[in-house]
Design a protein around this ligand. Structure first.
Ligand code: HEC
Ligand code: HEC
Ligand code: HEC
Length: 749
């Protein structure tokens, strides 16, 4: 059977559309880019199909027959009505105001300058070569040194597996480069990688949107020699070879063969080269030791940058196990599951993509040898008994039990706002889980998992077992199920990929009280927060992980409702608050950053405090101390650290309320301030870059030590004007007229 040409064309175009719609990796292709691709695909298909007179006729035959054949009158009438309606609908969708963020395209590998100033001297990138790579005698030692530096400086963005998925990567756009991918360092000469790392995001030329890249300026933090060693490690760990410009034969010389005498992780490559399997010790040293330490004591080079810290395997204590509370040893399956799936909400990744099942099983036994428990066997598993299905009644019972048994640690609303400071057996500060954030539960949020955790507790931490008869607050099996049902009822699901704070126009005054019920009608948007790990002074152990925004405006003013979970209300001067603080206490705070002028095209200020030619406004709200009430300030900034408060009239007001582990702050400003030189002027219908920062004062956060977001957008959605309806009607009339004309022509022929 032959498929009619017209149908074939339609099928090809539809297929192309579906392929483009499939999400690739983290990101969807923006609709406007899809429209551009679809235009070219359609034109391409038509060009090919109308190449010869014959094929053009075959393609148009069904259309001609529809337009001209008297027998097809009914069908013709239907088509003549449907087609204009379809175009009217498309037009309506196009002209109605929407919150879809503008597209930003960037050149990933821009041409480098031929000579650059780095580390205080001039370098010629065309002739620059790695001095460290030439030192073949110390190759293994240099790779190891480079690895240690990588795990102190780069892994929280570029990933412990060098795959661009470090535990803070999700907070940035563009995402950190994936060095495992063949599209990054394999394409590049080492001198290029050196230039990119030394000068970071701000060192990029304009076509690569330097104002968006979170890549730090590494010449500020490491030495020249150290940077070359890190680069050596990048290639060695991924097994890639840098690109060389000159002779082809030089490629081999770039990666000296591993010697039989090499120890630890270097022996993995040796074993692989010889076709033999590497042992668990070698795999451990290549993949795990950077965090868990060369001797398993949880003290690898990355450890001090992590909270929670990597497990100390010499203690033999494992947190996530299914063996009952009175059996300290985890089953092999428990440990295997951690290695396979990782622990969500921590930096511990899952390893199924890089390690085989037998490698991982070998690691389970190997880890247990650090504490000599490899021979101990676990007999029973926690019995989940008879699951009580969720109902209003069960949730209510669960809530009462939760308030009684759990709230002193997990807070009344489950946000982990404990009333006392808690420590692990290893002496580290530990916060009870914020149970409302389902995605941070280490074993996932399946009811059976939560039941198991409540039953066995979490070893090494204050989280007790509620099946243990010695626990004065013990819960029966049924009671534990009620608590689980309550926990499930307060949980939220993760939201990802949002980019626009949605400003909605309202009649009357904008609400200035965080508790105003009007806010319920606004649309919430949530962005991830990551600590400032980019500019001095860097900060690694945040306690706040996301921020939620709502916005309203009227003819004169706009108001943002800013909400975030913070386990402590930090009040300098208050002795009760001081008991919960880690070291020095400061006030809690939030800041909104906006460009002073919205630049034409793509250009924006650098996302960290702007730059000389692109200043930013910062609105900072501070929660105050026992001596001073809450306060909102207006700051002008034109570069990292170049921030100055502006005194006098500011048009800004701020009001905050802390309740059960959550801050809700309303910041209001007039849309226009009249000072275009100094202040951003808000206008409905325009996308404005916006970013946020938060400080948890009880966590020692102050100054540059804070959480931040990258640039997102705020959009004040204009009220739906009459053109939104008029334009589609005009389009429909035009299309209908076109149809009539065509039909007339066909009949003439
Ligand atoms: C705060 C997060 C962050 C940290 C920490 C970080 N990077 Fe990056 N890096 C990025 C982002 C985001 C990009 C992608 C945007 C860009 O190219 O600037 C990137 C890109 C790169 C690139 C460019 C790759 C390419 O294909 O063009 C190199 C090379 C690089 N990083 C090296 C490093 C090294 C080496 C370290 C540690 C010394 C490091 N990065 C630490 C965020 C980070
Ligand atoms: C980037 C750092 C990092 C790397 C690399 C890493 N881990 Fe972890 N790992 C952690 C952290 C952090 C924890 C502790 C999480 C917690 O306390 O909740 C952890 C915990 C564990 C646990 C303890 C689970 C429990 O129940 O207590 C095991 C087992 C483990 N890791 C195995 C491994 C193995 C095997 C590798 C290598 C294949 C590895 N890890 C690589 C960071 C890392
Ligand atoms: C004495 C303080 C304390 C009490 C009481 C307590 N918890 Fe916890 N809980 C913790 C701490 C601390 C953690 C986090 C441990 C860690 O991350 O290492 C935790 C973690 C959890 C987790 C996280 C499990 C995961 O997979 O991530 C759940 C669920 C939980 N607790 C539920 C409860 C419930 C339900 C109750 C009451 C029946 C309760 N807890 C009572 C301190 C407590």
């Amino acid at each position: 059977m032959r498929i009619p040409k017209l149908l074939l064309a339609v099928i090809i175009i539809a297929l192309a559309y579906f392929v483009l719609k499939i999400p690739s990796g983290h990101h969807l292709i923006p609709a406007s880019v899809i429209r551009i691709y679809m235009f070219f695909i359609t034109v391409g298909v038509l060009l090919v199909m109308t190449f010869s007179e014959e094929s053009a006729q075959a393609l148009s035959a069904p259309i001609v027959s529809l337009l001209g054949d008297p027998a097809k009158k009914v069908l013709r009438t239907i088509v003549f009505i449907i087609v204009p309606l379809f175009f009217g609908y498309l037009t309506y969708n196009n002209v109605k105001p929407s919150f879809e963020a503008p597209v930003e395209l960037r050149t990933v590998h821009p041409a480098p300058p031929s000579s650059v100033k780095m580390f205080g001297k001039s370098f010629n990138l065309l002739t620059l070569e790695s001095p460290v790579r030439k030192d073949t005698a110390n190759f293994a030692a240099n790779v190891k040194a480079g690895g240690e530096l990588y795990f102190k400086n780069c892994f929280y963005c570029h990933g412990d597996k060098l795959d661009g998925r470090g535990h803070y990567a999700h907070g940035f756009n563009p995402l950190p480069a994936n060095f495992q991918d063949v599209g990054t360092i394999t394409q590049l000469q080492e001198s290029y990688v050196f230039w990119r790392a030394a000068t970071g995001g701000p060192g990029l030329p304009k076509e690569a949107t330097p104002w968006l890249s979170a890549m730090p300026i590494w010449q500020n933090f490491v030495t020249e020699d150290e940077l070359w060693k890190i680069i050596l490690f990048l290639y060695d760990y991924t097994g890639h070879v840098p690109r060389v410009m000159k002779e082809e034969g030089k490629k081999e010389a770039m990666a000296p063969a591993v010697k039989p005498g090499d120890v630890g992780f270097m022996a993995v490559a040796y074993a692989e080269e010889k076709g033999a399997a590497a042992g668990p010790k070698q795999i451990y040293e290549k993949r795990c030791a950077w965090c868990h330490g060369w001797e398993g004591a949880g003290d690898g080079p990355a450890a001090e940058f992590l909270n929670p810290r990597p497990r100390d395997f010499t203690s033999g204590v494992y947190k996530y196990k299914t063996s009952p509370f009175d059996q300290p040893v985890p089953s092999d399956e428990d440990v295997l599951r951690t290695i396979k799936e990782g622990l969500p909400g921590t930096s511990m990744p899952g390893w199924t993509d890089l390690l085989s099942e037998s490698d991982m099983k070998g690691l389970v036994t190997y880890l247990k040898t650090f504490s000599g428990i490899e021979k101990e066997k676990v007999a029973t598993q926690v019995d989940t008994g008879k699951q009580v299905s969720s109902s209003d009644e069960s949730i209510k019972k669960g809530k009462d039990l939760f308030i009684d048994r759990c709230s002193e640690c997990h807070g009344e609303a489950g946000r982990g706002d404990a009333i006392k400071a808690l420590k692990t057996d290893w002496g580290d500060r530990v916060w009870p889980r914020n149970l409302t954030k389902s995605w941070t539960l280490r074993r996932g949020s399946d009811p059976k998992e939560i039941f198991t955790r409540i039953s066995t507790g979490i070893s090494g931490t204050p989280m007790p077992s509620f099946a243990d008869p010695e626990n004065k607050k013990k819960l029966s099996e049924e009671e534990r199920w009620h608590v689980v049902n309550y926990v499930k009822s307060v949980q939220k699901e993760a939201k990802e990929g949002e980019a626009v704070v949605k400003g909605i126009k309202i009649e009357g005054e904008v609400p200035t009280d965080p508790a105003d019920p009007k806010w319920d009608a606004a649309e919430a948007t949530t962005f991830p927060l990551v600590p400032n790990i980019i500019a001095k002074e860097r900060f690694f152990i945040p306690t706040i992980d996301d921020i939620t925004l709502k916005a309203f405006y009227n003819d004169k003013e706009m108001a943002f409702l800013i909400e975030w979970d913070d386990r402590t209300k930090s009040i300098p001067g208050d002795s009760k608050a001081a008991e919960l603080a880690e070291g020095e206490m400061n006030e809690d705070a939030v800041a909104v950053q906006l460009p002073v002028t919205v630049p034409e095209g793509l250009e924006k200020p650098y996302f960290g405090h702007g730059d000389g030619s692109h200043p930013v406004n910062i609105w900072r709200w501070g929660s105050g101390t026992t001596a001073q009430p809450e306060k909102i300030s207006l700051l002008d900034a034109k570069g990292i650290g170049q921030v100055a408060p502006r005194e006098g009239e500011s048009n800004l007001t701020g009001k905050g309320v802390y309740d059960k582990g959550r801050w809700r702050v309303v910041i209001k400003r007039s849309l226009q301030t009249g000072d275009k030189e100094k202040d951003l002027q808000f206008e409905p219908g325009r996308f404005v870059p916006i970013s946020f920062a938060t400080w948890d004062g009880s966590n020692g956060e102050k100054g540059s030590k804070h959480e931040l977001t990258t640039w997102y957008w705020v959009f004040l959605k204009p009220p739906t004007g009459s053109n939104v309806f008029v334009t589609p009607v005009i389009v429909m009339l035009l299309v209908f007229g076109g149809e009539l004309l065509l039909a007339k022509q066909v009949r003439k022929k």
